[in-house]
Design a binder for this molecule. Structure first.
Ligand code: CTP
Ligand code: MG
Length: 687
């Protein structure tokens, strides 16, 4: 059955970009006439055997990936104290392609995930990684980037625990039957190379394709895969307050034996045939969790408006309603993985399915079927040989390149340091001008205090100096008061009797003194306040003078915001320069490492030659010694050592038998080697 959206009438000019769908609509592609025969599947099987072996992960790749993972784990756990890094994804499930990404999950609850990802993105940029992208609109926000040296893509997500569990689910499936891995990686490889495996581009994710593939193996009449989910609540995890049932049967518990003995080639061609001829989404939902394709009704996932058919008619419609090509996420079964699809993505998918099916029926090579359609979005094969380009190049040329790189580095370093010092000056100026502004504010504050304080000072002065006040010190009045008081109150027996007139005078003086005392106290208070205010006024005036002096020097340079802008502009210029500097340094390091390696190699070779030379010299020496023995020539202790190290006397015997056949006249000497032996003819004595 055609896809439902192909069954309606529409203007084919709207689907020019999808030639197979168009041919189908025009009747130029008749699926009922295409039937796969044994030759097709056999051919595909042979091709897939080659392909699968090409996807074997080399020791070198594994080492590289582990190196990157180890490095990132260290950097991340250092930066986010108390965090943990786990790996998940296809390399963990075993369903990987050689150019698959590294999927890392940072478990960290110290800060909001998006903030953490932002920090990671900045860190990676500073570290010189390629294509650092922060994707915060996805269901699970991630940072994506490409390791600058190996070109291996990496995804980092935060607290993505469910992915760790569904990776385990995929691993379980891949362990059930040996055809699962080759089958799934073939589908994934095809989808990736044909540009229909990127959720951020409106097509299915690699994960969704894996589920579609597994579900195909589960829904065959002769199943290759059973359903491994228990769904009995016996094993659950809680993530962000939601409980997920992650229980899975072990292979033993399942006791599943398949009756399906198809080859991987047959399974892959069957997969394309079923998608081409029996588009599952017309009424179905891909549900690995149920072990079969559910009907939309069963799942209650009926397509929402606008439908794909609406979008064909109306090019304004870009986003589709819910459940366009539903694929249930096994643990998070409310999540439909087709939510990311857009209209073009769906047509791309359909077109590619039809294309693959037709090409298989024509015994086309797997390389052509999976030919890369959009090189710019298809990940490269990892670059494992860091010196690939240098191997076929003369070392002199590499040295020359190195020289040029050093020159370029010098230029960049100059530009960087120039901008850095300019920037630091700009920051200093901005700070100074900012201080100026603060001082100006302070000055105006102080100035505004001067006038009212002056009025107050004048007021106090006039109060203090008010008309009848001839300022008499308070202590003087106090003393006089006490003296008069004592005269007036001392008993008459102790003093000369006062006349009434005198007593009256004293009383009135006493009262006058009292009033003077009060007055003088007030005056003293005014005086003190006056002095205090005067001091304050003086202090403010001096402070203003200081401020003026400090401000004058830089006032003519302009506003601090100008310098802030300049510092920002310089920073923007510095970032790419620094990146270039980092790249140059890295490249210089690479070339130097290569040249060092070469020198080492040459030296080794040299010393190897030296070794062989030494060996050669040694051999000559041994031969000399042996011939001395044979000839009875004089013989040193060193000669004896050489002889013992090289097989002893018996070897002389052998070599003699070999080389000097028949010459037995020196035989006797061979057995009587002593340091004293020699021409001097002490041999016979010593025997
Ligand atoms: N994942 C998920 N939900 C998605 C996409 C991915 O839970 N919508 C999880 C899956 O566990 C998946 C992992 O994230 O295995 C990594 O996703 P991705 O790299 O897209 O898929 P892989 O299976 O790793 O495939 P590839 O080999 O293409 O990297
Ligand atoms: Mg992956």
């Amino acid at each position: 059955m055609l896809a439902d959206f192909e069954q309606i009438d529409f203007d084919v000019s709207k689907i020019e970009s999808w030639p197979y769908v168009k041919a189908l609509k025009l009747g130029n592609l008749d699926l009922s006439k295409i039937n796969l025969i044994a030759e097709n599947t056999k051919h595909l099987e042979t091709e897939l055997v080659k392909f699968v072996s090409s996807q074997k992960v080399s020791e070198n790749l594994l080492k590289r990936r582990n190196g990157i993972t180890k490095h990132l784990t260290k950097v991340l756990t250092n930066k986010f104290r108390g965090s943990k890094v786990s790996t998940f994804g296809s390399f963990q499930s075993g369903l990987n392609l050689t150019n698959g990404d590294i999927d890392l999950c940072l478990q960290f609850n110290g800060e909001k995930p998006k903030k953490v990802l932002k920090k990671i993105a900045r860190m990676l940029n500073e570290d010189g990684m390629d294509n650092v992208k922060l994707i915060t609109t996805a269901k699970v926000p991630i940072v994506k980037f490409i390791d600058s040296q190996s070109k291996i893509p990496v995804d980092i997500s935060i607290n993505n625990s469910l992915a760790v569990h569904n990776t385990e689910l995929l691993r379980r499936y891949s362990s059930i039957d040996s055809r699962v891995k080759p089958f799934i990686i073939s589908i994934k490889y095809w989808a990736r190379n044909r540009g229909i495996s990127d959720a951020s581009m409106g097509t299915f994710s690699s994960y969704a394709w894996t589920l579609i593939a597994i579900n195909y193996l589960q829904s065959l009449e002769n199943k290759v895969l059973p359903n491994v989910l228990k769904k009995d609540g016996s094993q659950t995890v809680e993530i962000d307050g939601i409980k997920y049932d992650i229980g899975m049967y072990s292979n033993n518990e399942l006791d599943f034996v398949t009756q399906n003995h198809s080859t991987t080639g047959e399974l892959v061609s069957g997969f394309f045939e079923s998608l081409a001829k029996d588009w599952p989404w017309n009424n179905g939902v891909i549900s690995v969790g149920s072990g079969k394709i559910l009907t939309r009704k069963e799942k209650n996932w009926v397509a929402n408006k606008p439908y794909i058919s609406d979008a064909i008619q109306d090019s304004q419609i870009k986003r589709l309603g819910k459940f366009s090509l539903p694929v249930e996420d096994p643990f998070d079964n409310k999540h439909d993985l087709s939510r990311v699809l857009d209209v073009e993505g769906i047509f791309e998918i359909r077109d590619e399915v039809l294309r693959a099916y037709q090409l298989i029926s024509e015994n086309t090579d797997w390389d052509t079927i999976t030919e890369i359609k959009y090189p710019e979005i298809t990940p490269n094969e990892p670059k494992l040989d860091l010196f690939e380009d240098l191997r076929n190049q003369e070392d002199d040329k590499t040295r020359q390149d190195l020289k040029i790189l050093y020159e370029q580095l010098k230029v960049i370093e100059n530009s960087v340091s120039l901008r850095e010092s300019e920037r630091s000056d700009a920051i200093k100026m901005s700070k100074a001008l900012r201080r100026n502004a603060e001082l100006a504010k302070e000055q105006s504050g102080l100035s505004s205090e001067l006038r009212p304080r002056r009025t107050k000072i004048d007021e106090l002065q006039s109060k203090r100096d008010s008309s009848n006040n001839h300022y008499i010190p308070v202590h003087f009045i106090e003393e006089e008061l006490s003296r008069v008081y004592s005269i007036l109150t001392t008993e008459a027996t102790n003093r000369v009797e006062l006349s009434l007139e005198k007593e009256k005078q004293l009383f009135s003086w006493f009262f006058e003194l009292q009033s003077m005392y009060e007055h003088s106290k007030m005056t003293r208070k005014y005086h003190r306040e006056f002095v205090k205010l005067l001091e304050q006024q003086q202090h403010s005036i001096e402070h203003i003078k200081d401020i003026r002096q400090e401000m004058i020097e830089i006032q003519s340079f302009g506003k601090f915001t100008d310098f802030d802008d300049l510092a920002m502009k310089l920073l923007k210029e510095l970032n790419p320069l620094k990146r270039e500097r980092r790249n140059l340094r890295r490249e210089i390091g690479r070339l130097e490492a290569w040249l060092r390696k070469q020198t080492h190699f040459n030296n080794n070779n040299h010393s190897k030659h030296k070794g062989s030379r030494k060996k050669f010299v040694n051999n000559r020496k041994v031969d000399d010694v042996k011939s001395k023995v044979v000839s009875g020539d004089s013989f040193s202790l060193q000669d004896l050592e050489v002889l013992l190290k090289n097989g002893g006397l018996s070897s002389v015997n052998q070599s003699k038998t070999k080389t000097r056949k028949g010459k037995n006249k020196h035989k006797k000497n061979n057995y009587s080697v002593t340091p004293q032996r020699g021409k001097r003819g002490k041999s016979s004595k010593n025997q």
